[in-house]
Design a protein around this ligand. Sequence first.
Ligand SMILES: C[S@@+](CC[C@H](N)C(=O)[O-])C[C@H]1O[C@@H](n2cnc3c(N)ncnc32)[C@H](O)[C@@H]1O
Length: 262
Amino acid sequence: MSLADEMSYARFVSDVRDALGLDLRFYKAPQMMRRIATLMRRRGFDDYGAYFRAIVEDERLRTEFIDRVTINVSEFFRNPELWAELDRHVLAELARLPHLKLWSAACSTGEEPYTLAMLLHARRALAGVWLLATDIDEPALQMARAARYSAKSVQSVPADYRARYFVPDGDAFRVAEELVSMVHFMRHDLLRDPYPKGPFDLIVNRNVAIYFTDEGKKHLYRSLAGVLRPGGYLFVGGTEQIFHPEQYGLEQAYPFVYRRKS
Ligand SMILES: C[S@@+](CC[C@H](N)C(=O)[O-])C[C@H]1O[C@@H](n2cnc3c(N)ncnc32)[C@H](O)[C@@H]1O
């Protein structure tokens, strides 16, 4: 990357932060620049300045930009073997507690918190369970609240759960009301906002740290560990690993699951 490219990207990042409150400094730059370049080319822009002015003025371009840089891909039971392990070890233990506080942090369009709610409901009544689900992207949260999913996306739900927790709705499916009503959706930026009040028994934070710089990851894991109760768990994505978890007061409990030390 030339110095001029680097400088104009840095300027764009700073303009976006001031205008939209989205801090791209903590996202890996090469990956982010590729995404933005593709988007700019598609819309006929070849410099950051003109593209920045356009996204400020045009709401559709702005929504498209935020959607594209935040990357909303999600699915029910993503990495099913890891959810099965979480269920067998962690949820089996937590389900015995009278009160539970859970957080799906960067929940995208809702598949992740509803997966957690289904597994938990299959183990215990949901009374006494408080499940928070947050994301930076408001349109993704709107889809999560609507809880209506295409037949294709529901395919990854095991048949018994599909039968029990989904209701056909035209050519799609709706998540059962008892699950929807127990999830509290809220907009939250993991890099800028104060963290919700814990202590949480379990935090699910998957497939977002992969986009963050090392500095962003440090902020993330320090903050997440800070709102876990001692003995509480952090479930990460199937390609993610926390280096030196002890620096955050965490220890590896199971593959892709960390425990806050007492
Ligand atoms: C690839 S999705 C992962 C969704 C889900 N956790 C999963 O594993 O299927 C990444 C999500 O992280 C969200 N995200 C990106 N940056 C964020 C930030 N700074 N704070 C909160 N959420 C963020 C995006 O909006 C997107 O919904």
